[in-house]
Ligand binder design. Structure first.
Ligand SMILES: Nc1ncnc2c1ncn2[C@@H]1O[C@H](COP(=O)(O)OP(=O)(O)OP(=O)(O)O)[C@@H](O)[C@H]1O
Ligand SMILES: [Mg+2]
Length: 404
């Protein structure tokens, strides 16, 4: 800990000595430091209660220190941050963050506000910024007039968003760069060595079309995701019967199913299952699940889609669309991460199938916007079941057909 050598003025001098003492360093001529706990406890700051009431109303953590570095008051949020805080005791004992202690020392010496960032590993990894501001209490004289106000902001959510943004940009550029590199390679070949080779040209143009389609799909999915996120707070309001939606998806995927020799079965209750939704988004979500089941569960040769009327854990009526395949299934460690953008169990396999890893992220966002959720169950070797849970339109708004 650095010892300041220029003679500090009035109250900074007191703080200076106090911090040296608290840090266990001899103040001045090697005098053994006094026991600060006892002395600060003995005299409570005359405005301690008032200050405490005021900072109790602040949303973030706040601590006030007296001229000796003793804690005058702190709020609940500060107690969570530094559980060892005690009124009247030296702050240095309870605030173990070296950056913060340095900032307090700088503020007390210069009487200038200080800002500092620090990282706390326990109990959770969190980033904080702290402001240490010397305050002169109006209407108070002597040593009680000079206090330090410490306020804190939790920067962790911001940092996390920043990290996610960086990851997202890196992933998206990587996914675009791969097909782009292939396209450029083929263009070069067609301009050079394969200039007059008709067979090669046909073959390469086919691959180029595939790669360009993949890029277009990626951009399409990214735009859909951001549009759904943008509208996340707007609950869709059109009554939609789910069975025709699923039927449309199944019809649309018949070619893929035939190519892979997979049979799709569909079961639904006789009465309509009506939800308030956005038809296109629901189609997109169901399509992703059925397409995944066909692509990754191909080996099972069967995909069962079941629509049921059910209840949430709290007893609210909900519709469920379960898509079950009998393929290789998914190992448990992957399940919680499947809905992350660009997350794939087997990247090479997904890419080979034209996948970008955005499908399940899209499903999750569509369901969030509809007030529903996605659940996934899978046992390795026994296939996987993806279930879309959607709140059913309540009875008072049910259509005539449903009441009959
Ligand atoms: N039914 C399934 N069986 C086994 N693995 C699956 C199944 N559904 C999804 N997965 C795994 O989850 C990953 C993520 O799926 P998701 O739909 O988000 O992306 P994708 O299918 O790779 O690409 P996209 O949907 O953008 O075409 C897949 O790459 C695959 O590894
Ligand atoms: Mg998919």
């Amino acid at each position: 800990m650095a010892i300041e050598d220029d003679p500090p003025k009035s109250w900074p001098r007191r703080l200076h000595g106090a911090w040296q003492a608290l840090a266990g360093q001899p103040a001045g001529g090697g005098i053994v430091p006094r026991a600060p706990v006892a002395s600060s406890r003995a005299t409570e700051h005359p405005h301690a209660r008032l200050i405490e009431s005021l900072i109790a109303g602040l949303p973030g953590a706040a601590i006030t220190l007296d001229g000796d570095g003793g804690v005058i008051a702190f709020n609940e949020a500060a107690r969570m941050l530094a559980p060892a805080l005690r009124r009247g005791e030296p702050a240095l004992i309870s605030l173990r963050m070296p950056e913060l202690v340095d900032a307090i020392r700088r503020a007390s010496k210069s009487r200038e506000p200080q800002r500092v960032e620090f990282f706390e590993r326990v109990p959770l990894d969190r980033w904080f910024e702290a402001f240490v501001v010397p305050v002169k209490l109006a209407g108070t004289t002597g040593r009680d007039a000079d206090i330090l106000l410490l306020t804190f902001n939790d920067l962790s959510p911001l940092r996390r968003v920043e990290e996610m943004r960086a990851d997202f940009v890196a992933n998206a550029s990587h996914e675009l760069r791969t097909p782009l590199a292939a396209l450029l390679g083929f263009i070069e070949t067609l301009q050079g060595p394969a200039k007059n080779d008709v067979t090669a040209r046909e073959k390469f143009l086919g691959i180029m079309q595939q790669q360009a389609t993949r890029m277009a799909r990626l951009i399409d999915d990214l735009l859909s995701l951001s549009r759904i996120e943008l509208n996340a707070h707007l609950q869709p309001s059109t009554p939609i019967d789910l069975a025709p939606v699923v039927r449309q998806v199944v019809d649309g995927l018949q070619t893929l199913a035939r190519d892979r020799a997979v049979e799709i079965t569909m079961a639904h209750p006789p009465e309509p299952l009506i939800v308030l939704g956005d038809r296109d988004e629901l189609i997109r979500a169901v399509e992703n699940l059925v397409e995944n089941a066909l692509k990754y569960g191909e080996a099972g040769k069967r995909v069962d889609i079941t629509l049921t009327r059910s209840q949430t854990r709290t007893g609210a009526p909900e519709a469920r669309i379960a898509v079950r395949d009998y393929g290789p299934g998914i190992a448990p460690e992957h399940l919680p991460r499947l809905t992350e953008r660009f997350y794939r169990v087997d990247v090479a396999d997904s890419r080979a199938q034209g996948g970008t890893g955005l499908g399940l992220a899209l499903v999750k966002h569509v369901l969030n916007r509809h007030g529903g959720r996605l659940s996934i169950e899978s046992v390795l070797g026994q296939g996987a079941t993806f279930v879309m849970h959607l709140p059913l339109r309540t009875a008072d708004k049910a259509p005539v057909a449903e009441k009959a």
